[in-house]
Write a new protein. Structure first.
Length: 315
């Protein structure tokens, strides 16, 4: 199969028939073999009934219905598991992503050799105050912290080589950082394409301002897990040792001062309590790293690695 299209959705009953017909028209024009997975993330309208009707008329359309709302990351993860295409394309269900972009996104994966191609909505129709400015700040921060240089990290319109989506897991709000996760899993050929951003035709946006707070926390989690998930002592042990050394150094300085100038009492100087606090925190951080190391070394996936190629000429 050439293409799997994954469409996470919640309460998008008005747009689904038009979206499905548009995708089918593009696929037929370019003679792609394809499937569309519509993931109903706990809709309270008639979205699932519409999906069933579309699937009855078009066997290429398939659906997954969550019992309740779990979030976009969960919907994408289930779609990734179910997909069978060589190239996987994700898009939103609100018709703000154009299926006409599919052929070029497919070509960039198959012919140009990209592992992942992210859409860039260069011209947007969202509110400048509530969407554009926060999005620019979010993209700038993510780029600086992760080293993945994309203008629109959160664009829902992306294409992936099959091996990429079968090698990653997304949860929480981590769908925003799939390019970051992919890069840290060794998929470094990440491209970008300017795509059309259409004004919302039906309904209202399902995302609030809290996504920026959750997004920052998830980025911190991804960075920690990717760099120190298998060696937590390297982070906590280093921080704990540094903190303990600073505290011990201050305490030693105060002790020398007391010996040299007997009139000073160590416990009467505020810096003494700072030294004590630094040594306690240092010890706790070190023990946290030690416990984390014990947990990691006993985890069943401690020696699981992504292998690209095995060359053994004796077989």
């Amino acid at each position: 199969m050439d293409i799997s299209v994954i469409v996470p959705l919640k309460n998008e009953e008005e747009s689904l028939p038009e979206l499905a017909a548009w995708i089918d028209r593009v696929m037929q024009e370019h003679r792609y073999s394809y499937e569309v997975w519509m993931i109903d993330d706990g809709s309270t309208d008639n979205s699932w009934d519409i999906i069933q009707q579309i699937a009855a008329a078009n066997p290429n359309v398939k659906g997954i219905k969550f019992q309740r709302n779990y979030g976009k990351s969960a919907a994408l993860n289930e779609g990734f598991r179910a997909s069978q295409g060589d190239v996987i394309i994700t898009m939103d269900a609100d018709l703000q992503d154009s299926p006409d972009e599919i052929p070029e996104l497919y070509r960039m994966i198959k012919e140009d050799g990209f592992d992942l191609v992210s859409g860039w909505k260069k011209k947007r129709y969202d509110s400048r105050l509530t969407k554009n400015l926060p999005s620019k700040l979010y993209n700038y921060t993510t780029t600086r912290m992760s080293g993945v240089h994309l203008h629109d990290m959160n664009c829902g319109l992306k294409s992936y080589r099959r091996k990429v989506i079968k090698s990653i897991e997304v949860y929480g709000e981590m769908h925003r950082y799939i390019p970051v996760i992919a890069k840290w899993n060794g998929f470094r050929k990440i491209g970008e394409k300017v795509v059309e951003h259409r004004a919302r035709k039906y309904g209202t946006s399902k995302f609030g301002l809290e996504r920026f707070i959750n997004g920052f926390l998830d980025l911190a989690s991804i960075m920690f897990i990717s760099k120190f998930g298998k060696r937590p002592m390297h982070l906590f042990g280093a921080l704990g040792t540094l903190s303990f050394i600073v505290g011990f150094g201050i305490a030693l300085y105060l002790a020398i001062q007391k010996i040299a100038y007997a009139q000073y009492k160590m416990t009467e100087r505020p810096i003494f309590f700072l030294a004590l606090l630094a040594m306690i925190i240092g010890s706790q951080l070190f023990l946290t790293g030690f416990i984390g190391e014990l947990v990691t070394r006993n985890a069943p996936e401690r020696n699981e690695y992504l292998v690209e190629t095995i060359l053994d000429r004796t077989k």
